[in-house]
Design a protein around this ligand. Structure first.
Ligand code: G1P
Length: 274
């Protein structure tokens, strides 16, 4: 059973400056909800009740968001405005939130290793909140992955096909399809040039990781951009044992980019109004 979900949330969000100068990118709203809340809702839908959030300087509002705001609650008590807080209150009742701070930005792999103190020795999920995943008729993307985990008990990354011109933005995998949409990874590389990419199967921000990943991350050398990459650690794990890549059912919006953010805003607005 996967019960904990890690949220790396220490990054600067430079692509959204100046909006993110004093506000965490995870708090940017899609319609009326911050990105991180969508992530927490997805984690809960997959059976995770423990949210482990790796924050950094300037990220206090994430903690405040998942806490009681006495003044506000007092103001709106008994009014129809209370309705607006229903969802986040439900999350606060159903989940626990723990935080640790990443002091230096040494990459996604380093952020995940920083979260070890909140995870311990068990398999866990990872959600990158700026990848917003929406499903219509299916279970949430993370719920699809935890289900797969029950059968295979190994690390799993979510993947989707992207244009070859886009592969240099992602971790890219190569593997052998062992059942429909499920690949056994035999190669993985972070942000390759299009000429060097092993496929167009790109990793998106949903992972299930077995805890031996921490030992691997401890000895993973800085890779692309001089950062410790989770992709490199997973490649090493795939060398030692089984790692799967799963072509999820649903739609993912790259809300770390302005185009993806606007697309997600429009799509969710229409959903809300229909
Ligand atoms: C990170 C990972 C990359 C992955 C991507 C998904 O990159 O390093 O492997 O494909 O998330 O969103 P980032 O977008 O943080 O540069």
């Amino acid at each position: 059973m996967i019960t904990k979900c890690l949220f790396p949330a220490a990054g600067y969000g430079t692509r959204f400056l100046p909006a993110t100068k004093a506000m965490p990118k995870e708090m940017l709203p899609i319609v009326n909800k911050p990105l991180i809340q969508y992530g927490v809702e997805e984690a809960l839908s997959a059976g995770c009740h423990t949210m482990a959030i790796v924050t950094g300087r300037g990220k206090r509002s994430i903690e405040d968001h998942f806490d009681i705001s006495y003044e506000l609650e007092h103001q709106i008590q008994g009014t129809d405005k209370e309705e607006y807080l229903k969802e986040v209150r439900n999350l606060m009742h159903s989940c626990t939130f723990s935080y640790t701070r990443q002091n230096e930005m040494l990459g996604l792999g380093h952020a995940i290793l920083t979260g070890e103190t909140l995870i311990g020795n068990e398999a866990f999920a990872v959600i990158l909140a700026d990848d917003l995943c929406v499903t219509e008729t299916h279970k949430s993307v993370l719920a699809q992955m935890t289900e797969l985990y029950k059968r295979y008990k190994c690390s799993i990354v979510a993947i989707e096909e992207v244009q070859m011109s886009e592969v240099d933005k992602y971790g890219v995998i190569a593997g052998e399809e062992i059942e429909e949409g499920v690949y056994r990874v035999n190669f993985m590389v972070e942000k390759p040039k299009k000429e060097e990419a092993p496929s167009n199967l790109a990793v998106i921000g949903r992972y299930i990781l077995t805890p031996d990943i921490f030992d691997i991350l401890r000895v993973t050398k800085p890779g692309k951009k001089g950062e410790i990459q989770i992709t490199d650690a997973l490649m090493e794990q795939a060398r030692l044992k089984r790692v799967l890549a799963y072509k999820f059912k649903g739609k993912r919006y790259d809300c770390g980019s302005i185009d993806g953010f606007v697309e997600a805003t429009n799509a969710l607005y229409h959903k809300l109004r229909s």
